[in-house]
Write a protein that binds this ligand. Structure first.
Ligand SMILES: Cc1cc2nc3c(=O)[nH]c(=O)nc-3n(C[C@H](O)[C@H](O)[C@H](O)COP(=O)(O)O)c2cc1C
Length: 171
């Protein structure tokens, strides 16, 4: 089993989390790919994908994701297992918290794939987010806020990685 972790990161927060996920799951299991220097097509090399994105500029995409955004619609991710995580700031950008995570969810939703790693919305305070499921109960992936809840990040990551492994085992 090989997992491809693809991320875009402007000030390295999403990248640092990618490295932590790699350490938690096992360096031999997870290959890291920065979208700044990796084409989206490399996602085809993996059966299991973790995609990391941060939200910028009042609900906008991180710049490296934005640069390849038009190509995501063309991407064939059928039959893959996919987990998402996002970085955001629930106080500074409370009306747009984690919006890019929601945009990424919708951008890949044309694929017939197994989605794992949804994350409960408890423990956050924000006005609005495009990253919530229709019932408002779940984020489409792990939502991290290193601006305001840095002290929670490691425990959330450990719990999420355990959840991913359990969900993978149950597929
Ligand atoms: C100028 C600026 C705009 C931001 N806009 C948002 C936003 O609209 N929504 C949000 O949830 N977080 C927002 N953030 C917070 C970033 O997503 C957060 O700092 C994240 O950790 C950055 O990750 P990166 O360095 O990997 O790109 C913003 C941060 C900055 C500096």
């Amino acid at each position: 089993m090989q997992i491809g972790l693809f991320y875009g990161s402007t000030t390295c927060y999403t990248e640092m989390v990618a490295e932590k996920i790699q350490q938690l799951l096992g360096p031999e299991l997870v290959a890291l790919h920065n979208l700044k220097d990796t084409p989206l097509s490399r996602m085809q090399d993996y059966d299991i994908l973790i995609l990391g994105i941060s939200t910028w500029d009042f609900g906008e995409l991180q710049e490296d994701w934005e640069a390849c955004w038009a190509d995501i619609a063309e991407l064939d991710l059928n039959d893959k297992v996919i987990a998402l995580y996002g970085m955001g700031d629930q106080i500074g950008y409370t009306e747009w918290f984690q919006d890019a995570l929601g945009m990424l969810h919708h951008a890949i939703s044309h694929n017939r794939c197994d989605r794992i790693g949804l994350w409960p919305n408890q423990g956050y305070e924000f006005e609005a987010s495009k990253a919530l499921t229709e019932d408002g109960q779940w984020f489409y992936g792990l939502a991290l806020d290193d601006e305001n809840q840095y002290e929670l990040t490691d425990a959330r990551l450990q719990q999420w990685v355990d959840q991913l492994l359990a969900e993978l085992a149950a597929l």
